[in-house]
Ligand binder design. Structure first.
Ligand SMILES: [Zn+2]
Length: 284
């Protein structure tokens, strides 16, 4: 049984053992709360027997997602996107902006706030002046090779400024666009990277994924992940853990109102919408 940080007020409603809506301590979600701790149930029974309907106690409440044992298992952060970069794998479909930079908020969400090439995350950019300042929009087929696709959302992806600079004006091999990147590259638990195809080798070399400093950065991230998991297992939330979470500030893309949107259903699949519904995982 994992020890929880005893730091939260909560409510007992007239239904025995049920907690009324409040905020989950780790993720601050409202609602979808479950009194899963046996000691919480015992405490609420005791308080109800004393006629107390609203109490403050030194107990912590958790949404079902955060309470899950997986809270102490942060996924391997260099798992490649299983999706391809192809249009038929996109969740969003805005169009009509005159500047390709206008698509950046959509691409952030599309690619989970990380670089599609090196998988670095916004949260790992310690020099960032804002959440996305170290990231930009890249043209998979370059502006030179595909001038008609300069402002076509389906030709854009999200990447860190360093990968963007290294890739420069080159176009991606078509297989890298149409097939899942995991088909072409694999990142290992020791921080190394393997090319599985010649296109994977092209990308590895294009953005210097196998450079010793890049490998060292991944090893550092993996060390931080281990330390974050140890903190969580000890009941301490920590800044390290936030490096493996979604941004605390998420944007409701529905308020952007692009000239057109061919994939309206994607709005419900955005990180903001999933967090609103209590469906966004804590770590990714
Ligand atoms: Zn990158």
């Amino acid at each position: 049984m994992v020890q929880r940080t005893p730091q939260r007020t909560w409510r007992v409603n007239p239904l025995f053992g049920m907690l009324a809506a409040s905020n989950c301590s780790p993720c601050a979600l409202t609602g979808h709360l479950a009194p899963l701790r046996p000691e919480s149930l015992m405490l609420s029974r005791s308080l109800k027997e004393q006629g107390l309907g609203l109490v403050c106690t030194p107990a912590t409440i958790y949404c079902e997602s955060c309470y899950s044992p997986s809270v102490h298992s942060i996924p391997f952060p260099f798992t490649e996107l299983n999706r391809s970069l192809a249009p038929n794998d996109r969740r969003h479909g805005p169009s009509g902006y005159s500047e390709y930079s206008s698509y950046k908020p959509w691409l952030r969400d599309e690619y989970d706030f990380r670089c599609v090439y090196c998988l670095a995350r916004e949260a790992w950019d310690l020099n960032a002046t804002s959440a996305a300042s170290g990231f930009g929009v890249d043209h998979m087929r370059s502006q030179h090779d595909a001038p008609d696709e300069v402002t076509n959302y389906d030709n854009l992806c999200y990447c860190c400024n360093e990968c963007n600079r290294q890739k420069g004006a080159k176009s991606l091999p078509e297989r890298l666009i149409k097939e899942p990147l995991a088909t072409h590259l694999r990142f290992n638990e020791d921080g190394s990277v393997e090319a599985l195809t010649k296109e994977g080798a092209w990308l590895r070399d294009c953005v210097f994924l196998a450079h010793p400093e890049a490998v060292q950065r991944r090893q550092l991230i993996l060390d931080l992940r281990s330390a974050a998991m140890a903190d969580l297992a000890a009941g301490h939330d920590s800044p390290k853990a936030r490096m493996f979470q979604y941004p605390s500030e998420l944007e409701n893309l529905a308020t952007r109102n692009p000239p057109k949107n061919s994939r309206m259903a994607g709005l419900e699949d955005s990180a903001w919408a999933r967090r609103e519904r209590g469906e966004l995982s804590r770590f990714f």
